[in-house]
Design a protein around this ligand. Structure first.
Ligand SMILES: Cc1cc2nc3c(=O)[nH]c(=O)nc-3n(C[C@H](O)[C@H](O)[C@H](O)COP(=O)(O)OP(=O)(O)OC[C@H]3O[C@@H](n4cnc5c(N)ncnc54)[C@H](O)[C@@H]3O)c2cc1C
Length: 541
């Protein structure tokens, strides 16, 4: 594991932790926590050393003083995926997880060390075999592919056991005779296995994600948990609005997939999307906003004083004001059979699991924008042989100069005027592509970065949109309020809004801007901050 996973605590941080925890000792062989444990404390090591093992007992890393043990599940409430065994006599401070949460809110320096190590540890775990959940089901099962896709987006470590491909006779027996709706079987470390879960059911089985009541009544409903929605949640909740965020997938939106955001104010060295989003969610929850994932908003009914949004699981949310922060979705390639490959060898993001998967093999990144460039460089640095395919005559028409230079340095081959016409492979595993000019190229994986279109289809005719589906606001929608849509009390912000600047800072800024309009509509609220910060699902990427 990288050294970023082994951060150390300063003497003053250890003192602080000692005030809130209990000093304990342990001898070699003692188990500090084991796979499946949901309640283990944060462990700050004063002396000695512990060995971290995966479920099969393989050693992953050793941690000594003045380091600490723990992973994101300490904050999310998920079961732990690893075991910690004392390897040298230990003296340590055990801090209950609730105490840790409060300390992280109150002490920024401690939060910086602990959160960055937790995030780095989670990223490192995703690149290891044999850690996390087991998903047992064939690639031909749509439900299995959907669960694998959701776990990948949620950055939850998992191992996919495909009975049709891996020669895994146990997996074969387990799924034998199961109807499609009971696939996949998901094994959660330390818990009972579940059959055929939806992503919502799995999310809640993992201990993440708020369960919505059949009917919720709130001041402010925000649809979409990307930077715009989270920005609105922070400003709305901190100004006393009873605020609920609905997110159909994983909090963070597109920004959560960015390897490094270089242009966000206040982070001169850049910040990973995961880190920025973790902080944003923690902040929103601190102010008392609630976040519900994964719930898909499927309809909006405008009704004068209150508006109602229905979600895919049948629940309805009635709100005095609604902020649409739906963002955008990735454009797909117009080639036959694409869906068969999606999630198996065609991806819309390039993160640690994908880099692990394609290290050493020949892959293509498709697209001419900066996000395509960033992904190509990241994959090349992970050891893949990367070709960047784009349509135009010259990449500089669409990509920043510094990225074009970085592509060269990383050994990425760039092919101008290249469009994919056909995919070749079996059972979702890509073997080659044919370009429009007839040339056949042997790519094992494709990464598509073709831009995005607004995720607003679910609104139908209820709200006015432009011809590309972007939401009209202000004058264009017949409203005096800059961010109000054609329905009074329904606002649109971020990438989904017609005319918006497609950047994180702009999305967050619109999240802040929209709240005064909401106040104007529903009147001021009494300032209310959650007594006990509820860090329920912030750090899942
Ligand atoms: C790989 C990548 C790298 C990037 N790098 C940078 C960068 O370096 N700097 C920069 O400034 N910008 C960058 N961007 C752009 C930036 O991420 C976006 O402009 C920003 O995320 C837009 O925020 P948003 O909240 O409006 O939308 P999104 O981030 O798209 O979030 C919208 C959210 O709404 C949810 N949603 C949609 N429909 C529903 C529904 N019906 N029900 C419930 N939830 C729903 C989605 O799941 C999503 O989480 C990058 C984008 C990508 C893809």
């Amino acid at each position: 594991m990288e050294s970023t996973t082994s951060r150390v605590l300063s003497p003053s941080q250890l003192e602080l932790l000692a005030e809130h925890g209990e000093e304990q000792t342990a001898v070699p062989g003692d188990v500090l926590f084991a796979v499946g444990d949901e309640t283990y404390p944060f462990i700050a090591i004063l002396e000695g050393e512990a060995r971290i093992e995966d479920a099969s007992g393989r050693e992953i890393i050793r941690q000594g003083a003045p380091g600490f043990l723990g992973e994101l599940n300490l904050l999310t409430g998920q079961r732990v995926f690893l075991t910690a065994v004392v390897s040298k006599p230990m003296r340590y401070i055990a801090v209950p997880r609730e105490e840790l949460r409060s300390l992280l809110f109150d002490h920024q320096d401690l939060a910086d060390v602990v959160l960055s190590a937790f995030i780095a540890r989670r990223e490192a775990l995703q690149t290891r075999e044999g850690v996390g959940l087991e998903v047992i089901g064939p690639r031909s099962s749509e439900r299995t592919r959907a669960i694998a896709e959701w776990l990948r987006e949620a950055r939850i470590p998992y191992r996919w056991r495909d009975p049709e491909r891996d020669g895994d006779s146990e997996a074969e027996q387990l799924v034998d005779g199961l109807p499609p709706e009971l696939l996949p079987i998901v094994r959660i470390p330390g818990a009972e296995e579940i059959q055929g879960p939806t992503s919502g059911e799995l999310s809640r089985a993992l201990g993440i994600g708020l369960e919505l009541a059949d009917r919720e009544e709130v001041d402010l409903l925000i649809v979409g948990g990307g930077p715009a929605g989270l920005g609105a949640a922070v400003y709305g909740a901190s100004e006393g609005l009873d605020t609920l965020v609905l997110e159909r997938s994983v909090l963070g939106g597109q920004a959560g997939f960015s390897r490094r955001i270089e242009n966000y104010l206040g982070f001169p060295g850049g910040i990973t999307g995961a880190d920025l989003i973790s902080r944003a969610v923690t902040q929103a929850l601190k102010f008392g906003a609630r976040t519900a994932t994964p719930y898909v908003a499927v309809s909006l009914e405008a009704d004068g004083e209150r508006h109602v949004v229905r979600v895919d699981e049948g629940n309805e949310v009635s709100a005095r004001a609604i902020v649409l922060a739906n963002g955008a979705q990735y454009r797909r390639l117009p080639v036959e059979g694409l869906a068969d490959y999606e999630g198996i060898s065609v991806f819309y993001a390039a993160g640690p699991p994908e880099a692990r998967r394609c290290g050493g093999s020949q892959v293509a990144v498709v697209g001419g924008g900066n996000s395509a460039g960033q992904a190509a460089i990241w994959l090349a640095r992970g050891g893949a042989l990367v070709t960047l395919l784009h349509r135009r005559a010259d990449l500089s028409e669409t990509m920043s100069d510094y990225l074009i230079h970085d592509l060269e340095r990383a050994g990425v081959q760039v092919r101008d005027r290249s469009e994919i016409a056909e995919l070749h492979g079996t059972d979702g595993e890509l073997e080659a592509v044919t370009l429009a000019d007839g040339e056949r190229l042997p790519f094992k994986d494709l990464f598509l970065f073709l831009g995005a279109e607004p995720h607003t289809d679910w609104l139908g005719d209820s709200v006015e949109r432009d011809e590309d589906g972007f939401l009209l606001t202000g004058n264009a929608a017949g409203s005096d309020n800059l961010l109000e849509t054609s329905i009074p009390g329904v606002y649109a912000i971020g990438d989904a809004r017609c005319g918006s600047t497609k950047r994180v800072a702009a999305a967050v800024g619109e999240g802040a801007m929209v709240i005064p309009f909401v106040h104007e509509r529903i009147g001021p609220r009494i300032h209310r901050v959650a007594e006990e910060p509820a860090v329920a699902e912030p750090l899942t990427r």
